[in-house]
Design a protein around this ligand. Structure first.
Ligand code: ADP
Ligand code: MG
Length: 209
């Protein structure tokens, strides 16, 4: 299975939103997808309960043994999507170890970008001992529609040396409202947020080794 980890120690950066929607997009493209909740707060598990466990298999792995635990259960899946915990130490390091691709959702604000520094270091340290695995990219989350990423924000991100995914999410009510009933943007056919998520999924597949 390809392992995609959505990580950022900053709470509210959009990890659970991206993880659930991306996992669902991959499933709708006929892949077998496992969603791993590595956040002790259990947001993805709450989301799964809200839909009665109907949408995706969701498993909670919020221990440091995540990497080994995951190996034992990921057979038979095409993709594993890890919803990250709001911390860098241990849990995120374990997720980085398991991942083929790390997506780092950041809101287009300097505070969010600065807060990613520790995670970037963890990923780079891992890449050094593994010949570049995992691949990593920033994903701009909750951007204001029709607003270009400011030069300052882009520059701050580029300073980390990871690419910025060509597509991200914009601020849309459908993200929280669909999540409230344990759904994703795909529950409302024709919604333009679907296009955002599908474009993100396509970008992510291109990052896979
Ligand atoms: P994290 O998992 O990183 O803490 P969440 O995915 O839970 O972040 O997002 C934080 C809050 O922002 C949630 O209430 C979520 O519904 C909302 N949110 C996330 N992405 C968007 C978006 N693109 N548009 C509107 N609200 C969003
Ligand atoms: Mg979350």
């Amino acid at each position: 299975a390809h392992v995609i980890a959505v990580l950022n120690q900053k709470g509210g950066s959009g990890k659970t939103t991206i993880a659930t929607n991306l996992a669902h997009a991959l499933k709708l493209a006929d892949a077998k997808v496992l969603l791993v909740d590595s956040d002790p707060q259990g947001s993805a598990r709450d989301w799964n309960e809200a839909n009665g466990g109907q949408l995706l298999p969701v498993v909670g792995l919020d221990r440091e043994t995540l990497a080994t635990d995951l190996k034992a259960i990921m057979g038979g899946y095409d993709f594993v999507v890890i919803d990250g915990a709001p911390q860098v130490a241990r849990l995120a390091a374990a997720a980085v170890k398991s991942a083929d691709v790390v997506l780092i959702p950041v809101q287009p604000s300097p505070y969010d970008i600065w807060a990613a520094a520790d995670l970037v270091e963890v990923i780079k340290a891992r890449q050094e001992i593994t010949n570049g695995k995992p691949a990593a990219a920033f994903l701009i989350s909750r951007a204001i529609k029709n607003t270009k990423l400011s030069g300052e924000v882009a520059e701050a991100l580029e300073g980390y040396g990871f690419p910025i995914l060509a597509h991200g999410t914009t601020q849309r009510v459908i993200y929280p409202t669909s999540a409230a009933s344990g759904q994703t943007v795909f529950s409302e056919p024709g919604n333009t947020a679907i296009e955002e998520i599908e474009a993100i999924a396509k970008d992510v597949l291109e990052l896979l080794p």
